[in-house]
Each structure stands twice: as C-alpha cells, then as structure tokens.
Design a protein around this ligand. Structure first.
Ligand SMILES: *[C@@H]1O[C@H](CO)[C@@H](O)[C@H](O)[C@H]1NC(C)=O
Ligand SMILES: *[C@@H]1O[C@H](CO)[C@@H](O)[C@H](O)[C@H]1NC(C)=O
Ligand SMILES: *[C@@H]1O[C@H](CO)[C@@H](O)[C@H](O)[C@H]1NC(C)=O
Ligand SMILES: *[C@@H]1O[C@H](CO)[C@@H](O)[C@H](O)[C@H]1NC(C)=O
Ligand SMILES: *[C@@H]1O[C@H](CO)[C@@H](O)[C@H](O)[C@H]1NC(C)=O
Ligand SMILES: *[C@@H]1O[C@H](CO)[C@@H](O)[C@H](O)[C@H]1NC(C)=O
Ligand SMILES: *[C@@H]1O[C@H](CO)[C@@H](O)[C@H](O)[C@H]1NC(C)=O
Ligand SMILES: *[C@@H]1O[C@H](CO)[C@@H](O)[C@H](O)[C@H]1NC(C)=O
Ligand SMILES: *[C@@H]1O[C@H](CO)[C@@H](O)[C@H](O)[C@H]1NC(C)=O
Ligand SMILES: *[C@@H]1O[C@H](CO)[C@@H](O)[C@H](O)[C@H]1NC(C)=O
Ligand SMILES: *[C@@H]1O[C@H](CO)[C@@H](O)[C@H](O)[C@H]1NC(C)=O
Ligand SMILES: *[C@@H]1O[C@H](CO)[C@@H](O)[C@H](O)[C@H]1NC(C)=O
Length: 832
C-alpha cells in the first residue's frame, strides 16, 4: 500500500533527474555571516555542462529563464576555478537546467588573476569579510570589509553581489569592480575599467585591451606604454561639462549617458529594440566590444566598435606588424629590396602577426633602416611633431631608439604633415578608408645586419648570371605557389559561404544569379528604383510572377545578409509583401518578392494620373491594411522592425487592391553592412518626422510617415504640389490652416464623388492623420491604436496640437562619418 503510493513519486523523480540537476528547489539569493562554502566535488548544486564547464552554485536568484547565480566556475580542464557571477538557465522551480546550448556565461569574477583549486573555500566571516582561500589556505581574494558591520551577502536581481550592513546599506558591491563584462543596469563610471582577458581560454586579466571613462571621454585602449587609443568618443564632443559622471549603461538600450538628469545631455551610443531577454556586453580578448543576448541560445547581437572603425582598425586585427587589407593579413615588405625583414609568425594564421627577422637593437642603431610603406595607415595617430616634412619625421625616429616607426600623415599631395612616433607597433591598415582625405606613409624601422648584407652582395656579384636565372625560376615558383594558395583560399571562402547558405533551415528559396537573370529576361523590365536598389519584373519557370530587387552596395556581406534575409523571410503577414527567395552569389545580392499586379499605391491615389479613382471603401481598406502591416512590424514581430521609408511607392496593391508594405526590414539589413554612414537620417523628405533632426528616433517616425500617406490618400494630392499656389503647396501647412478654420472637408479628394459622399468618415480619418502627425512623438498613437481608431473602436485623442512643424529640406543636416568628425547624436543613435 505504502509502496504503491510512493512508486509514482519515485518515478517522477527519476524521470525528472534527466533534465533537472539539483535535487531540490533552489532560490537562495542571500547568506548570513559565518558561512563557509567548499569547492568540493560533492558540493550541492554542482553541474557539469557539455562545453566542459562546471559550476558549483552558491547563490541563485530567480526562476524560469536565464538568471544570475554566483559560485565556483571552471572551464575546460577543471584544475582551477574562479569565484564568479554567471548567467544560468533555470526552470520554474528555480533549478538550474542543463540546456544543450546556453552554457553559463561569466559576467564577473573575483579572482581571475589568481584562480583556485578544488577544495578551496569561500567564507563570509563573522567579522563581515568575504574571503576566498585556496585549498592550501592561501588568500586568493578578499573584499577587505572586516569591521564594516556587514550583516549579510545578497545577490540582486540585476546580478550584483552585495555586502550590506545592518541598515541594509550597501558596503561593497561587485558592480564597482567590473572585470571584462557589463550587465544591464551596471554602470561604468570614471575610475572603473573593463580589462579584456588574455584570450578566450586564458582569463587572466593581463589582456591587451581596456575600456574606460576618462576626463577625455569613453576610450578603448591597447595597454601599451604609452597606451594607444583605438576608439574614443570624446566627451567634449558631446559638449557636456567635464567632471560629470559618464556611464555605459546597459539596460534594454546600451547607452553612453551622463549622470545629469537633463536627458538632452545624454547620448545613446547604440540601442537595441530587444530588451526582453538577458543581455551582457563583453570586452573581448581581441578588443571587440560585443553584446550578447539570450534567444534560446546565446547570440552575438552587436559588435559595437566595428561599425565605427572597420575590422582593420583593431590593434590586433593582423597581429603585431601585420598589415590588414580588407580582412587579409600580410607582413611589411620592401618594395625596392628583396631582403626579408618580417616573417609571419604562423604561415597558416596570418592574423597572429609578423616577427622581425632581426631584432631591433639600440646599440647598433647605425644599422637602422626604414621600410617605406605607402598608403599604410595606423588605427591611431598622436601628433608628436606637427607640420613637418617626411624626412624630419624619419630622422626623429632614427634618433630615438624606442621609436619603432615613423608614421606620417599629410594632406593630399602636400609635402608637410604630422608625424607620430609610436614605441610599439600593432596592426597596420591599408589606407582604404581615408585615402581621399589624407596621404599616409608608414616607415617601419628595421635592423640590417651589415656582414650578412655584405656577404650577400659579394655572392650576388660572383654568380650574377646563374643567380638571376635561379632567382627568376625561384621567383616563378613562389609566385605560382602564392597564386595557388590565394586561389585555394578564395575558393574555400566561397565554398564556406555556399555551404552556409544551403544549411540555413526555414529560409526562403535560394536562387542562382542565372535563374534570376533568366526570370527577368536579363533585367530588362524595370518596375522601379528605390533607395536600396532597382526592382525588375520577372516570371519563374512555373509561371509565378515575381519582382526582383537588386540591392546595391552590400556585396561584401555574407553571414549578416543571410541572417537578415532569414529574419525578413520568416515574417509572414497578409499586409506585408512576401519574400519568396533570394540570391547571394559572388557580389550579387538580390531579393525575390511576390508580384503585386496593381503596382504601387502611387499609381492610384494622385488625381490626374488615373481616370479611375478609388472609392472610399477601397481607400479605407487600403489605409487599414497599411496600418495593420505596420502594427505587425512594430509590435508583433520577435524583433521590432522600423520601416523608415513609408511612402506610396513602398505600398503595393494586389489584384484585389489589398495593400501590402514592401521593403520592410531593409533599413536594418542595409545598416548592418554600411557601418555608420547609413545610420544617418534616411527616408524621403516630406515623410520624415521632425525628430530626425534631434537624432533620437523611435518607431513613431513610421507613424508620422503613415500620417502623411493617410492625408495623401484622403485628399488625392501629394504632400507637396509644385503646381499649386504657394500657400497651397505644402499639404501639412494647408492641413493646419483648414483645421484651424474648421474646414477639413475642403481637403477631401474633389475628383471622387464617392469620397465627397462620405465626408464625415473621411474627416474622422483626417483627425487620425493629425494624431499621427503630432510634433511631439510621444503624443502620436501606436499603429495598433491607429488600427483601432480606423475601426471606430477608440476615439482620436481630443487634445491635438495642429501646429505641425513644417519641414524644409534644407534644414536636414548632412552627416557623414569619419573618425575625426564629431559624433553627432544622429550618428550615435541611428537605428540599427
Ligand atoms: C539568516 O539569519 C536569519 C536570522 O538569524 C534567518 O532567519 C535566516 O534564515 C538566515 N538565512 C540563511 C540563508 O541562513
Ligand atoms: C563533473 O565532472 C567531474 C570531473 O570533471 C566529476 O568528478 C564529477 O563527478 C562530475 N559531476 C557531476 C555532477 O556529474
Ligand atoms: C578535497 O578534500 C577531500 C576531503 O577533505 C579529500 O578527500 C580530497 O582528496 C581533496 N581533493 C583534493 C584534490 O585535494
Ligand atoms: C584587499 O586588500 C588587499 C591587501 O591590501 C589588496 O591586495 C586587495 O586588492 C584588496 N581587495 C579588494 C577587493 O579590494
Ligand atoms: C537583496 O536583493 C533583492 C533583489 O535585488 C532585494 O529585493 C533585497 O531587498 C535585497 N536584500 C537585502 C537585505 O539587501
Ligand atoms: C532589510 O531588508 C530586508 C529584506 O529586504 C527586510 O526584511 C528588513 O526589514 C530590512 N531592514 C532594514 C533595517 O531596513
Ligand atoms: C531601465 O531603464 C528604465 C527607463 O530608463 C528604468 O525605469 C529602469 O529602472 C531601468 N532598469 C534598470 C534595471 O536599471
Ligand atoms: C595566461 O596568460 C598569462 C599572461 O600572459 C600567463 O602568465 C599564464 O601562464 C597563462 N595561463 C595559462 C593557463 O596559459
Ligand atoms: C559647447 O558648450 C559651450 C558652452 O557650454 C558652447 O560655448 C559651445 O559652443 C558648445 N559647443 C558645441 C559644439 O555645441
Ligand atoms: C554626476 O557625477 C558627479 C561626479 O561623480 C557628481 O558630482 C554629480 O553630483 C552627479 N550629478 C548628478 C545629477 O547625479
Ligand atoms: C538641458 O540641456 C540643454 C542643452 O544642453 C539646455 O538647452 C537645457 O536648458 C537644459 N535643460 C535643463 C532643465 O537643464
Ligand atoms: C636593401 O638591402 C641593402 C643590402 O642589400 C641594404 O644595405 C639596404 O639598407 C636595404 N634597404 C632597405 C630600405 O632596407
């Protein structure tokens, strides 16, 4: 009897134990004084993950989903452990789960310079000190809080490990001692620094890179002597007073903020639309600053600094002395001299850098020479000598033994320029980016060995003819091998790409370029030209009509293109034009959409163009369709999608006049690839919301554009009609005047009797347009509210401001990005 009662329970436990690791529910976020935890194999809450990491959780906070825990952590060979805070997956019963993906992510550690072994102990002493001791009792780390009336230890919801006193005041917190990562809610303020690890496997703090706030701003450095900056946002440029507190704040949006309450002083560096899941940001051992997010797996969301500088402007992009050119690495060579001064450290891994064949020595400085590398640039430039000649710059480097290179930048074709004499050389970059702005020369100091040089010279004279014959044939072989390797590499790269393409599940159909060329009859029937490329009509072999969009200028992009295509292709909504396929071949990037037989809305709404006008019912349906499509993009997709170019040409009609949005998601796709330049203002004048000028935009810019389109549909005219008298040209101004006079009916499309018949309803729709056009974007409705308002379910806001700010094209600032250009708000906060 008793047994049969227990049996099911027993089996329940058994079956659960495959998924659940701990034997009891476990939400243990705080601890009292005089508690000791031992890092022993038999400890509770010990979990081995398939990536080789093991954790022994001490405190865990929260249930269900990615949550913070702290405890012992090891990775790979578990000889040594860290006392760390990490993010683990938990179930609804607060148990740590063992997912197939999503291993613990360490966001802080106490002892990365002094890892401890098995049987080490962590103790919160009776005196209030949190002490980590190795197995032999040696001190590894301590908070030094003895005598500060500590009452307990708490792991907060945000992942902050806190020692608090009897008044619950925080005495010590891990947030004040960041390692290489930041989590949402954590601040990096002056005096704090993120320091990268040595490598992804060696977590010792002596990595090369650091990120901090200084008086000069937000800087990422190589920790050489003196340090070399590879990224900075100078606070002066943000024009706020010095001495105030600047923070990197990761909270749904990663922001570079001042601590002043004046929000116009705070600048968003990068923001994400996704804040629904766990995130963290890490300064990687290669100097990249990356943001990760949990999306049923840890996903890299952003590589923050690359957008500003490009891959080649990372100090270790090609290792020391390596020259980076479009992601390829090579070693400095003399153009006039066959002597080899640098060798690749590893032939198969060019990015490990180059080593000097003969080391530079100070006591033989008469044998110093320069390799002259034209159009070679460096990720940083500190002017040591201003307005000087190239020769003075080189001489200065020769005289100074610690100088490793003379870097010279001058205006185009100018003989004088600025000189930088670094004492340590990291990666060099082929000057592709700024070639149009300045000339750059790198003179790399090398050591020549006089005896060897002389001996070579002698041999060369003796065997001149033989030598040249052998030389030529050897050269031929080398060139042959080089060409072969290059070809192989290239082929390999292409193959990798193609492989990747074939293995993406749930993707729209992949077409070959030739398929699409045939389908579009060699791209002859052009349907239109948009901001992102041209569109051509086509027909697939099975008779399906298609529209093929050729994207301009994103040829280099591979993985990110596919990722975005996957995103766009996975979005299905009756009011969005369906992506049915794509092509990514060599530099061709094409998207294949369903064909919309009635073309764009532009063809239908402006009077004079069409004998046949659309009736109110049809227009209302079109308006509702657009609103629903946008509401879906803004509110129902996994990732919020801003369209950023809502206008009649981007709204297409099928044979039944169902309206569908085209080009959604492209803004994001293009952004990924064109770095900062594309994060500037975009869209079409006339449809741009006023806040584009302030640089901070939200999805409400689409609502504004929608408002303009709505007015155009109702009035049957363009937002700007050059043929009208001056006071009638700008529709928004006319709209304001008519609204003030209470004569909105005057605006209703005069070419349609049907529209005139439904005056009342049309005027109501105009009020919705006014709501959408509010200058203060916070007052505009969301698109789902617009949908409801069109259905008459909710009323238009009564308190509307009709003083629409008219836009003038000339007021739009032109912003282009370059490293010496101040980072204007619109660049920093552009959509991503
Ligand atoms: C800490 O001490 C308090 C009061 O002595 C007790 O109620 C609580 O259960 C203790 N907490 C832990 C985690 O031991
Ligand atoms: C985890 O792996 C270690 C060896 O690395 C082993 O000693 C230990 O028993 C394992 N623990 C669990 C819970 O599987
Ligand atoms: C850890 O301590 C246990 C118990 O004291 C002991 O049996 C074990 O050998 C120790 N392990 C190591 C690696 O020292
Ligand atoms: C505690 O004090 C020791 C010795 O003064 C010091 O080395 C250590 O860095 C301090 N620990 C912390 C967390 O400040
Ligand atoms: C511990 O942290 C939690 C969550 O952040 C908080 O609610 C709680 O008040 C903290 N407890 C103490 C004693 O500080
Ligand atoms: C400290 O925080 C705990 C838990 O949040 C609460 O129960 C306690 O009353 C607080 N004590 C004081 C002195 O505020
Ligand atoms: C995140 O930001 C919002 C709005 O700025 C703020 O209300 C909230 O407290 C922040 N959350 C954290 C964890 O800091
Ligand atoms: C990690 O890097 C440090 C500094 O370069 C080095 O001293 C240490 O030996 C390395 N540790 C391992 C396990 O490789
Ligand atoms: C920055 O602010 C100062 C006054 O606080 C002002 O004089 C200066 O013109 C401003 N610079 C820019 C670029 O806005
Ligand atoms: C900003 O930080 C500075 C320096 O830490 C501090 O003096 C100032 O009071 C802070 N201002 C605000 C509004 O918090
Ligand atoms: C906020 O800063 C802006 C510009 O820096 C300034 O014009 C405005 O007056 C400030 N507002 C407050 C409340 O300090
Ligand atoms: C080129 O090689 C010769 C010896 O063959 C050497 O004397 C000379 O300094 C070299 N030039 C450079 C720029 O390295």
């Amino acid at each position: 009897m008793a047994l049969s009662q227990f049996l099911p329970f027993f089996f329940f436990i058994l079956s659960c134990s495959f998924h659940l690791i701990t034997s009891q529910p476990y939400d243990y976020p705080s601890a009292n004084l005089s508690t000791t935890w031992i890092n022993s194999v038999s400890a509770d809450h010990s979990v081995n993950f398939t990536d080789g990491s093991t954790i022994r959780a001490i405190l865990l906070r929260g249930t269900f989903g990615p949550k913070y825990a702290c405890g012992f952590y090891c990775n790979g060979n578990c000889d040594t452990y860290l006392f760390a805070i990490f993010i683990v997956q938990t179930n609804s019963a607060s148990r740590i789960t063992l997912p197939a993906i999503g291993f613990p992510q360490v966001v802080w550690s106490a002892n990365r310079n002094k890892p401890v072994r098995i049987n080490s102990t962590l103790e919160l002493t009776a005196q209030g000190d949190l002490v980590l001791r190795d197995a032999d009792g040696t001190l590894a780390w301590s908070t030094n809080t003895t005598g500060k009336s500590i009452a307990g230890l708490n792991l907060t919801d945000e992942g902050n490990l806190v020692l608090f006193d009897s008044k619950n005041a925080t005495v010590w917190q891990s947030f004040h001692h960041p390692t290489d990562a930041l989590v949402p809610g954590q601040r990096l303020v002056p005096g704090m620094k993120l320091t990268a690890s040595v490598s992804t496997t060696n977590w010792t703090e002596r990595g090369l890179f650091s990120l901090s706030f200084t008086d000069d701003g937000f800087v990422a450095l190589v920790e050489s002597n003196p340090p070399q900056t590879y990224f900075d946002v100078t606070i002066g440029r943000l024009n706020a007073s010095r001495g105030s507190n600047y923070v990197v704040y990761l909270n749904g949006s990663l922001a570079l903020l001042s601590n002043s309450s004046n929000s116009s002083n705070s600048q968003t560096l990068v923001s994400f639309s996704l804040a629904t899941s766990a995130q963290y940001m890490r300064l990687e051992s290669d100097g990249h600053l990356k943001v990760y997010e949990w999306q049923s797996g840890w996903t890299e969301m952003d590589d923050l600094l690359t957008g500003f500088n490009g891959e080649c402007y990372y100090p270790m992009a090609c290792g020391r002395y390596g020259i980076c050119s479009r992601g390829q690495c090579s070693c400095p060579k003399s153009s006039s001299n066959s002597t080899t001064y640098f060798r690749q450290i590893d032939d198969r891994q060019g990015n490990l850098g180059c080593s000097e064949v003969t080391r530079l020595t100070c006591n033989a400085s008469s044998n110093h020479r320069f390799l002259d590398l034209q159009d070679v640039d460096y990720f940083t430039f500190t002017t040591d000598i201003r307005n000087t000649s190239m020769n003075t710059c080189k001489d200065a480097c020769l005289r100074n033994c610690s100088c490793k290179a003379a870097l010279f930048r001058s205006g185009l074709n100018s003989s004088t320029g600025d000189c930088y004499l670094p004492s340590e050389i990291f990666s060099l970059a082929n000057n592709e980016k700024d070639k149009t702005r300045y000339d750059s020369h790198a003179f790399i100091k090398v050591q020549v060995e006089p005896e060897i040089a002389a001996a070579k010279e002698k041999r060369r004279v003796n065997g001149a003819i033989l030598g040249s014959v052998i030389g030529v044939s050897i050269l031929g072989i080398i060139v042959g091998i080089a060409v072969f390797i290059f070809w192989k590499k290239k082929r390999k790269a292409n193959e990798d790409e193609e492989d990747y393409l074939d293995h993406v599940p749930g993707m729209p159909t992949r077409f070959s370029y030739d398929d699409l060329k045939a389908a579009t009859e060699n791209f002859t029937k052009k349907l239109g030209q948009g901001g992102f490329g041209s569109v051509f009509e086509g027909c697939l072999a099975d008779g399906t009509k298609i529209a093929v969009k050729c994207l301009d200028g994103i040829g280099q992009v591979k993985a990110s293109f596919l990722a975005e295509v996957e995103t766009i292709g996975s979005i299905h909504h009756v009011n969005l034009v369906q992506l049915i396929g794509f092509c990514a071949e060599k530099s061709h990037r094409l998207l294949v959409y369903e064909c919309m037989s009635n073309g764009s809305l532009e063809k239908w709404i402006y009077h004079g163009k069409q004998e046949q006008t659309l009736d109110w019912n049809c227009r209302r349906k079109i308006i509702q369709d657009i609103a629903k499509g946008l509401a879906y993009l803004h509110e129902e997709c996994r990732q919020k999608i801003l369209h950023l170019d809502i206008k009649p040409p981007n709204i297409l009609l099928d044979e039944k006049y169902n309206a569908k949005l085209a080009d959604f998601g492209l803004s994001k796709l293009i952004d990924r690839n064109q770095s900062q330049v594309m994060t500037q203002m975009r869209g079409t004048p006339g449809y741009l919301a006023p806040e584009w000028l302030s640089g901070v935009i939200t999805e409400k810019v689409d609502v504004y554009s929608f408002g303009i389109v709505l007015l155009e549909i109702l009035s049957g005219r363009r937002h700007f009609e050059a043929s009208e008298s001056e006071d009638q040209q700008v529709m928004v101004n006319l709209f304001r005047r008519k609204a003030e006079e209470g004569k909105l009916v005057d605006l209703i499309d005069k070419h349609s009797e049907d529209m005139q018949f439904y005056k009342e309803e049309v005027v109501k729709a105009m009020q919705i347009a006014a709501w959408c056009l509010q200058s203060d974007f916070t007052k505009r409705p969301s698109m789902s509210m617009v949908v409801k308002a069109m259905e008459g379910v909710i009323d238009v806001d009564k308190d509307l401001d009709y003083s629409f700010r008219p836009q003038t094209v000339s007021a739009i600032p032109y912003i282009s990005f370059a490293d010496s250009t101040p980072l204007l708000p619109s660049i920093l906060s552009g959509p991503r």
